[in-house]
Every structure is written in C-alpha cells, then in structure tokens.
Write a protein that binds this ligand. Sequence first.
Ligand code: HEC
Length: 417
Amino acid sequence: MRWLAVALLCGAPAFAQEFTTLKGHGGPIMGIAVSHEGTVVTASFDNSVGVWEGRSPDWLEGHDAAVNAVALGDGFIVSGGDDFTVRLWSDAPRVLGQHKGKVMALAVSGDLVASASWDGTLGLWPLTGEGRLLDAPGGVNTVAFDTPSRLYAGTSTGQLMRYDLDTGEALPLANHGFGINELIVSPDWIAYGAVDGGTRVIDHSGDEIADFTLDRRPILSMAYHAPSHQLAVGDGHGYIMMLDTAAWAITRDFRATRQGPVWALAFSPDGATIWAGGLDDVAYGWPVASLDAFEPGISGERSFLRDADTMSNGERQFMRKCSICHATTPGPSRKAGPTLHGIFGRRAGSLPDYPYSETLATSDILWTDATIDTLFDQGPDHYIPGSRMPMQVISGATDRADLVTWLKQATTTEDTK
Ligand code: HEC
C-alpha cells in the first residue's frame, strides 16, 4: 500500500505549530495516535480510521462498527472497535485479533499488539503466529506495556492489573473501586484516570506518588510525552489538564471543547502540539505553548455547538438524539446511519449507496410523519426488529411531533418535494 510508505515511513513534514482542525470524519473521534513523523491517525464512531499527513486524509475502511482505538507500530497501524475485532493495516490489511466484546484500547511493543476488551480479556496478537487471551477480573478498558514482557491493564471493576507475559502471573497492583479508563506506564510511575474522576500516580509497587483528582469526571483520555515531561488528561467536561511529571504540578488546564467529553489525546513528536478528539467530528491540534491565548472554548461553526436555547425543540431533539449518526443533506455521508435527506415519502432501506441491514433493505415501510413517529414511540427494536438502529424511545408525543416537523423542513429541498 502506497499510503503507508508515504504516511509512516517518509517523514513528511506534517503540521505546523498552529491551531489545526482536521475535518472529514462523520462522527465523534474516539482514538488518536501520532507517528514519529507527525502523521495523525484517528479512530471514529463513523467506522473508519483516518490517516492525516495533511488536511485531506486517507481512509482505512473495514470495521463494521465504531472504531474506539488506534495504535502505531513500526510501519503498521492497528485499530480496534465495537465490532470486537483488532485490525491490522499494513501491506496486507487483515483482522489480527478477535474478541467477544468491544475492543476499547490497544498497545504495541515491537511486533506484539495487546488489546483491551469488554469481554473480560486482554488479547495478545503477534504480527506472525498465534494470538492468545489473558483473563481479567472484569471488562478491560485500557492496556499499556511496561517492558516487552510486562503489561498493565485497567478494568471496569477498578482493578489495576500487572501481567508477566513470560510466567503468566497476574498481580492486582491497585484497586481503585471505580472503573479505570486510562493508563500511562513509564519506567518510574504509573498514572491512571477513572470513572469517578480519580487521577492518580503510583509507583510500580502500588504506593501513591501524587493525586490530581479534580471535581471532573470521568477521566476519558491520557497522553504522555516523555522528553518534555508532559502528561495530558482529558475529561468528560471537555477539559484538558496538563501536568509536569518532573515536578508533579499542574501547568495548564483549559477547555478544549465547547461541550462534551475529550475521548482521545496524543502529543505530536516534539511535544509542542496536543491532539484532541471528542464529540465533534473534527480533531483539534492545540499548540501547547500558546494555550493561554485561547480563551475558554472554541468558536464553533457547527450547528452542534450552537446554544441549545437558540434552537427549536424539534431541532434540539435531532441534534441530541440523531445528528451523531444522521446527516440531513443530500449525498453519501460518512455518518454511521443513512442520510435522512428526502426521507419523507421514501421507502425504508432504499438509498442505493448505503449498506442497510437485511431487515431494513427488505422492509416495506414507507417513511411518513406517522411511521417516523411510531418508530420512536415504540423504538426501532420493536418497530423494525433486526435493524441496526440503536434502541431508543422518545416518550413525549410533543417531542416526537416537533422532531418530525423540524425533520420535514430540514430534509426536504425543492428537488425532493
Ligand atoms: C447510533 C446511531 C443512530 C442514531 C443515534 C439514530 N440512528 Fe437512525 N439509523 C441508524 C442506522 C445504522 C440506520 C440503518 C439501520 C439499518 O440498516 O438497519 C438508521 C436508519 C434510520 C431510518 C431509516 C432510514 C432509511 O433510509 O430507511 C430513519 C428514518 C432514522 N434512522 C431516523 C432516526 C432519527 C429520527 C433518529 C433520532 C431520533 C435516529 N435515527 C437516531 C443509526 C442511528
């Protein structure tokens, strides 16, 4: 594959040190990794992986559901997602590992890939040869290598586990009590972030070094840049806290999204830029040195970022409950669901360029005010069982009516009337 050689091996000058937005994904950004050369790799809810050498990406398509995690090795990319697979992207892209639950995080050491899964196991997948699974005491949210034969993992039940890959020994190092979402392992310390907002640093025997817990939760992302001693922590309130790991002090704390969580973080190779992803369909590159110049929030041009009270109730319903998966504009969209442009009067499952489920493709429902109302009165799981639309009900009759009214004007243009 030509792009891999270009993106990962050539060292193209990637991004200047200015505030950067990478636009193109059709859904939230769940994972980010940056190569030694500065190429940014993003994992998205829209089922795809973006490889950004500049502002127009190459897309890696193959996952059947949201992609939660990406990691880079020497000349390869790995990704893991809600389709339970770990995929390898190299000259010969393929499924590298298979879980029985969502894959939430990945780590790479040499040619060994480790995966954290909600099926309660860690996967170990060498690029050549058989993979194997290690049992964990709960769903696994995060994984990191200490040495090539030693691995740490954080579980949804709050355990921080250490695995010796040579002996198979599994040692519970700490019990946080709340799910551990993120983990950074360095030779001298281990930092972890948890569902309750816990942000702690311990040594390799489990003793506490520092505690940076603020009143924000959950902690959702972490990134570390060893040469500059910077540790970045992203939370559910949209803040990024920067720590100096030489002094164990908070150096910056800033709001990186107008609303919503910071799901993904990664530093540029020189540590001068912190890349962040969240609910917005874009990845933001923040120049660390000039962060103070950026006042709280960013001027969002997307309707999603607009103040909720300037919207009608119908639009608000759509923005909150549908826009993450559906566009209202014509043409193929990169979102997880089909565009709803021209939906009124359309037969279910009839867009030629969207890969519908069997259920929807063979359905004889005609989408009208009444059928869309029924869809969310009963919920897709009852109205069209077998459809890939997630279970959700809008219980208020007025909310449904407002949604249908708004949807009608937003999805109808002259040529669809
Ligand atoms: C998490 C993603 C997701 C959310 C949120 C979501 N949908 Fe969907 N929707 C889908 C998917 C995926 C399909 C295609 C389902 C299939 O093929 O079985 C779909 C299909 C549909 C269809 C049928 C389209 C067609 O061409 O037949 C309609 C109508 C629809 N959604 C409306 C909505 C509305 C209105 C909302 C908000 C109240 C919403 N959806 C929220 C993912 C979503």
